[in-house]
Design a protein. Sequence first.
Length: 232
Amino acid sequence: MKKIGIIAAWEPELDYLLKIFRPIKSESIAAWTFYTHQLGDLHIISVVAGVGKVKTASCTQLMISTYTPDEMFMTGICGGLSEVINGGDIIVAERTIQHDVSDVGTSNNPLDAYLGRGSMIDSTEKIITMFKEFSNNTSNRVHFGTFVSGDQRIRDNELSYKLKTDFSAIAVDQEMAAFAHVCYINRIEFMGLKAVSDNANTNTINDQKLFKQMACINSCKLLIDFLEWRTL
């Protein structure tokens, strides 16, 4: 039986899973509550890690060390950095990088003790390939590309443009790169996807009023649909 780990930063990002596939067990460890779900032949462990890279990295490592999942996934909401991306669209992180560290992009080795923090990290290719096949038969608008993460809210037009141009990024959040980094160094297969709640600019607050709740549902539901599709 395959064991799957699912991490979100914020409670509403995991609501779909918790309400539709109710936990059969919960366990509190350190600052987090881990939920166990049974989805056909899949054994799923889910958790709300909290916002930001430190909480995400800590929680991801704890989940891996405690539950030894075969694969890890992240779901949630993000800011879109491309003109062709709309509120509610799905962004799949083919690669991730931390945009707020020194010497970003100067090393290609995430395991480097000093410069590794600024390395680009690729998601597991075979999972990305399967998700591309799956997404061709869904009604969701799905985009694949580079995710950038940093411990700050991006609500500024100039900064948003800089992230897009400096990293060829199509989405920004506060967690994805930390999640990917921990999965990579643990040699766990992984992928992250989030839905767009805003365009990471001065109109973010208004955009989120329209798209935030929908984006939470869209991302989590599509992930669960994908996991079910793979078992068919």
